[in-house]
Design a protein. Sequence first.
Length: 226
Amino acid sequence: MNALEKLLVELSESAPYILDAQIPFERYAKLDISATNADLVTVNITDPEACQKYIDSVLEKEKALVAYGGYLEKRNLYADKDNFSEHTNAFRDIHLGIDYWTKAGTPVLAPLEGVIHSYKNNNVVGDYGPTIILSHAFHGVSFYTLYGHLSIASIKNLQIGQRISKDSVLGYLGTSDINVNYAPHLHFQIIRDLGGYFGDYPGVCAAKDIPYYAENCPNPNLLIKI
């Protein structure tokens, strides 16, 4: 483990809440929307209604309220989105964060204290929609956390440099029309080096770039522990 990964493990002895604390972790279910999931062969996963219907079936089967997962998952979810193709013809389909799929309007909590680094409405189809990035520094190690697919109200009345306390409400999940064509969910990502990005950062990479992004965007479950 590198210094950031070790720190993330040490920062939380047990799972911190990143969604409404009224939803117990016993009501979370792991979700597989990878390209290898045979259950998705007949599902148009790029359509938010079809995607939501599949997620609802998983939630019902597992008697859950939140479906989660997706770190370094290869997905067909982006197959209809032109902005996921690079000039090198390397398609971006490897997911770099953890997604939490649940109802629009669900509160999003800060799992760590931090400072608002930036925020932006990335309102291009396939992007995050409203997004907040927090900066953190613990024991001499600095990093960022990104929260994507929020509601418009979540990025109003914010100030860069504003301190955010642990467990405070950071925002709320947006609807499909606001989060630019996805079923409602939170995209949570940890980033070592933002590289000059402001209110945005790639949440999906091409397979050829996994070594770099896996290093720069460690597994959020080191912190979240679910």
